[in-house]
Design a protein around this ligand. Structure first.
Ligand SMILES: Nc1ncnc2c1ncn2[C@@H]1O[C@H](COP(=O)(O)OP(=O)(O)OP(=O)(O)O)[C@@H](O)[C@H]1O
Ligand SMILES: Nc1ccn([C@@H]2O[C@H](COP(=O)(O)O)[C@@H](O)[C@H]2O)c(=O)n1
Length: 483
């Protein structure tokens, strides 16, 4: 469908800025010369270090004395070798000048369990958790380590986490796997950061999430809609989501000692998918299904305008006026509430549809609703749909999709949904589209950086598939940019 003027790109695309910022900060921490390399944070071996068994201390002291004698300047002209240091990760002794052969046994460490050795010691065997720890509950030989083993362990662990979350292959998306859903909490090493990025606003255990707004779904999911696409529209509490501006995990892990040579840890930054488009393009059914697939929260901003329209109609009848600023618009699972009364069905009436595009032209109404929509989508992962998500509400959306379809196809879809005549639907949607496109305040238009998807002739599943693949591409690009 043609004729949609595109809105200018948001300056500098905040999505990119955010990812760049995250990347810059994690590199700053890892690479800053004033911040010691984790290897250098290792403390010289202290004979009083209770983490090492007495055998280790004695062995090492003897060893150092022998070494000093052997290396004494004048004897062979060799400089005194730096002492062995306890690895900061607690797994062995680090030989900084790598002059001792890796694997050489230089002592013994007590790796007894917590109840015998106290919480401090309990942490040590956690290094490389998931791999066998030699002599757990026993004394184990302490070997010279050139750091590669630890690096490998960190890298392996990183890889596992990337596999689970960050790199999110398109095939996984196609199979409906959402990252984070399978995070085995206990899999991370002690002291490692738990998944601090948004546990997405809410992860559905059942069908479609739909925190923000709810639309009456098409019967049986609509033409081609997957079974259950209209079920289980459950409100999600967005407050549980993560702060979209807080790139916590990679930075803290980098400080903790990820070797700077290893790839920086991946992040799964919060994501907002903006879906805009004209009447009947499929925004709500598609957005809801995409959200379900990805474990994101679905926001139907049209439902909010519909509530305002319904309030206006009711106010006219009651001869009083409620200001939009004091209207309570709430979402409770499948239900839409206006001033604490359920209006889920009422806001879908044709009269309300018509009126909604009128109230939506009022800048005062838009300002109030846009403000709420921004607050709602501040945290967590969202699929938000409407007319101005990518242009006004969240021009920083990580992915913007502009859905269209021919007028005739949209009218036919609507007619199948409502049972009204095709001509009537066609006239209604054209009237609404015209108002939405030509109003002064936030007219309907495609954001310059939105992907336009003409769904004419496309099956519902194909549209969902395409958007899910786009999400995967965006995530992968963000991960590539970061590394
Ligand atoms: N690709 C598709 N192929 C066939 N039917 C579709 C497709 N996408 C959506 N539909 C159906 O078209 C109808 C309208 O879709 P939907 O309500 O999602 O549109 P919308 O863009 O949200 O419209 P509005 O802005 O008016 O709320 C629904 O019955 C839906 O099942
Ligand atoms: N972001 C939005 C969403 C909706 N509108 C207006 O509300 C009307 C109803 O929207 P539906 O998506 O539920 O059909 C719509 O015609 C628009 O006028 C809006 O302006 N901005």
């Amino acid at each position: 469908m043609a004729g949609f003027e595109s809105a200018p790109r948001a300056p500098g695309s905040a999505a990119r800025r955010r990812f760049r910022r995250v990347r810059a900060r994690s590199h700053r921490v890892a690479d800053r010369p004033d911040r010691p390399d984790p290897e250098d944070q290792a403390q010289p071996l202290d004979p009083r270090d209770e983490r090492l068994g007495p055998g280790a201390v004695a062995d090492d002291r003897d060893r150092r004395q022998q070494q000093r004698a052997a290396d004494r300047p004048g004897d062979r002209g060799a400089p005194e070798r730096p002492p062995l240091v306890a690895d900061p990760l607690g797994a062995g002794l680090r030989d900084r000048d790598r002059s001792r052969p890796a694997g050489e046994v230089v002592g013994e460490a007590d790796v007894g369990p917590a109840d015998e050795t106290g919480p401090e010691r309990q942490r040590e065997p956690d290094v490389g958790r998931g791999q066998p720890v030699r002599g757990l509950g026993d004394r184990a030989p302490v070997q010279v380590d050139h750091g590669r083993r630890q690096q490998q362990q960190v890298a392996d662990r990183q890889q596992q986490q990337d596999d689970r979350a960050g790199a999110w292959p398109a095939e996984d998306v196609a199979q409906g796997q959402a990252p984070g859903e399978q995070h085995p909490e206990g899999d991370l090493a002690d002291g490692d950061q738990r998944d601090e990025h948004p546990p997405t606003a809410w992860r559905p255990s059942g069908p479609v999430p739909s925190a923000g707004g709810l639309k009456r779904g098409p019967p049986n999911g609509g033409a081609g809609a997957p079974a259950g696409a209209t079920e289980g529209r459950t409100a999600a509490p967005p407050a549980r989501g993560a702060d979209r501006s807080r790139p916590a995990r990679p930075i803290r892990r980098a400080r903790r000692g990820t070797p700077s040579r290893a790839a920086p840890p991946s992040i799964l930054a919060p994501m907002l998918v903006a879906i805009d488009g004209p009447v009947g393009a499929g925004k709500s059914t598609v957005a809801r299904a995409v959200a379900q697939r990805l474990g994101f929260t679905y926001l139907d901003t049209g439902a909010m305008y519909r509530c305002v329209a319904l309030a206006a109609i009711e106010d006219e009848a009651a001869d009083h006026v409620r200001d939009v600023a004091v209207l309570h618009i709430d979402f409770e699972g499948d239900r839409v509430l206006l001033d604490h009364s359920e209006v889920t069905e009422a806001i879908r009436a044709p009269e309300v549809s018509r009126r909604s595009s009128q109230v939506a032209a009022d800048p005062h109404v838009r300002e109030a609703l846009v403000d709420r929509q921004r607050k709602l989508t501040e945290r967590g992962d969202w699929v938000a749909e409407g007319r101005d998500i990518g242009t006004v509400v969240r021009p920083d959306a990580e992915l913007k999709v502009f859905l269209t379809a021919s007028d005739e196809e949209r009218a036919a879809r609507r007619a199948a949904q409502t049972g009204r005549g095709l001509e009537q639907e066609l006239a209604d949607l054209r009237e609404r589209d015209l108002r939405d496109r030509t109003r002064e305040a936030s007219p309907l238009r495609r954001a310059e950086d939105a992907v336009e998807l003409d769904t004419t002739g496309l099956a519902f599943e194909q549209v969902v598939e395409r958007i899910a693949a786009l999400v995967a591409e965006v995530r992968q690009a963000a991960n590539r940019e970061r590394t």
